[in-house]
Ligand binder design. Structure first.
Ligand code: KIV
Ligand code: ZN
Length: 504
């Protein structure tokens, strides 16, 4: 087997991923994800669509300022003002790319643009030339490529490469293609675009029919050397191709693909948790690679096989994707040093003040729970170490609830050393609790979505609430964790208020 070709990993979690309904993230959250992507070894980070809003511009500019190892990319339509905005936002980047797109399918050209092939071709060429005059590294995407007339597509690709495009991306924008067909499209492009070896071919596949990963890999098998993907597969509608699935397929089946990526796969589990936390999109337990059950064996026959020889039922090691099932054996008598050490092994490094706070929570939890798992630890850290000010803090919570009567909740909150107390009744204890909090803060907050998951197994498990809340017109995702689910709910709601009140 000869030297392995490298497949470049282009992550679009912060752009296409953020286009998933309800997934919007703050600049600070995007930067934190960008650092994680850089740590993963992602080759190109698409940080946003600068012309679309001030928030998007700021995100791309902020990521461009801080990320040094990955190339930072901004999206632009084939319009001068878009390209100028992308170039401006990318100014501070050490390595930069402008990604220009324009639809080439008959459906899009007729209905969106009311333009014919000649005009579209000219727009694409002009856009790439304009972008190339500003930045050397240019990607062009013929949007809806998989439903475009092939001869026209070849012509567009040939001309944009002549105009200076260094990567040509082939989007299956509506997730319509099937794997053999998408692979053939890439092979046909290789065989029919005369100057194709002057550019890298990229895949960009959506998951409407559940083929995003298979289509991307089929593209790679047929000569694509860049894959566009997202953490957890988030993206417009049904999402994009999932990075962790593509990279692990290439790594695990090297015998088949004979390819490599530059990704440090041990960071996947952490990256997945972070994206889930900031988007509020819970990862299903059966999700390949990063789902909670991905490395768990339930059936006795499987467990027996794995104990005898791991490879009987395991094709990858959980550790290779950063999945760690170790139980933290420290109990309530354990010391701060061992606690800090375990966090460090989990990749969490905190200053002393934050360690103290998290350690106090750990001690309280160890009093209530027999075994403290790594996931519990990470949940505690997430809960205690929030990247915003604790303007309002939960001091006390009393719930009176009985079947057949309306629950009553008493909430005590603290702000700037002063305590405030209110009681409220509601349809359920969480509803009553939120009413009491509203009465204290006098802030207009609306609960848009709410979910509750147990962090680990067992009756004594921590409950983690994810809430989407509209606070003073701004939508935010927040979390709260406790062994008491009303308390976890209260924390999530208060965190949403604090997040909006803190100046970001
Ligand atoms: O799906 C798509 O076509 C896109 C392009 C902007 C690349 O996201
Ligand atoms: Zn897309």
């Amino acid at each position: 087997m000869g030297k392995k070709d490298k497949v470049l990993i282009f992550d679009t979690t912060l752009r296409d991923g953020e286009q998933a309904p309800g997934a919007s993230m703050s600049v600070r959250e995007k930067l934190e994800i960008a650092y994680t992507l850089e740590k993963l070894g992602v080759d190109i980070i698409e940080a946003g669509f600068p012309v679309i809003s001030k928030g998007d511009f700021d995100s791309v500019e902020t990521v461009a300022k801080h990320i040094k190892n990955s190339c930072v990319c901004g999206l632009a339509r084939s319009i001068k003002k878009d390209i100028d905005a992308a170039a401006d936002a990318l100014k501070p980047a050490k390595h930069k790319r402008i990604h220009v797109f324009l639809a080439t399918s008959k459906i899009h050209m007729e209905h969106k643009f009311k333009k014919g092939k000649e005009e579209i071709l000219q727009m694409a060429v002009d856009a790439v030339k304009h972008a190339r005059a500003k930045v050397d590294n240019i990607e062009f995407s013929p949007e809806d490529a998989s439903r475009s007339d092939k001869d026209f597509l070849y012509q567009v690709l040939e001309d944009v490469i002549k105009a200076g495009a260094t990567t040509v991306n082939i989007p299956d924008t509506v997730g319509y293609a099937v794997p053999a067909e998408y692979g053939k499209l890439i092979a046909d492009i290789k065989n029919n675009v005369p100057n194709i070896n002057k550019a890298i071919i990229s895949t960009h596949c959506h998951d409407d029919l559940g083929f995003a990963v298979s289509n991307s890999l089929s593209g790679v098998e047929n000569g694509a050397r860049q894959v566009e993907c997202t953490i957890n597969g988030i993206g417009e509608r049904a999402g994009n191709a999932s990075m962790e699935e593509i990279v692990m397929a290439i790594k695990t089946r090297q015998d088949y693909y004979n390819l490599m990526t530059g990704i440090n796969t041990k960071e996947f589990y952490r990256a997945s948790r972070l994206v889930s936390k900031y988007t509020g999109f819970v990862v299903p337990p059966n999700k390949a690679i990063v789902g909670a059950n991905a490395f768990r064996h339930e059936s006795g026959i499987h467990q027996d096989g794995v104990l005898k020889e791991k490879s009987t039922y395991e094709i990858m090691a959980g550790e290779d994707v950063g999945f760690n099932m170790e139980v933290m054996v420290l109990g309530k008598h354990s010391g701060r040093h061992a606690f800090k050490d375990r966090l460090k092994q989990l990749g969490v490094e905190l200053d002393d003040a934050k360690i103290d706070k998290a350690f106090e929570r750990f001690k309280n939890l160890a009093d209530k729970k027999k075994q403290v798992y790594d996931d519990d630890l990470l949940a505690i850290v997430d809960d205690e170490v929030q990247p915003f000010k604790n303007i309002w803090a939960l001091e006390d919570l009393k719930v009176i609830s009985a079947m057949g009567s309306k629950p009553e909740v008493e909430v005590v909150l603290k702000k700037e050393g002063k305590t405030y107390m209110k009681k409220a009744t509601g349809d359920g204890p969480v509803n009553a609790c939120y009413k009491a909090i509203d009465a204290i803060t006098k802030i207009k907050a609306e609960l848009l979505d709410y979910s509750l998951q147990s962090v680990t197994e067992g009756k004594d498990a921590l409950g983690e609430v994810t809430a989407k809340v509209k606070v003073e017109g701004k939508k935010v995702v927040s979390h709260g964790t406790s062994t008491d689910i009303v308390e976890a709910s209260a924390k999530a709601y208060i965190n949403a208020v604090n997040k909006v009140l803190s100046v970001e």
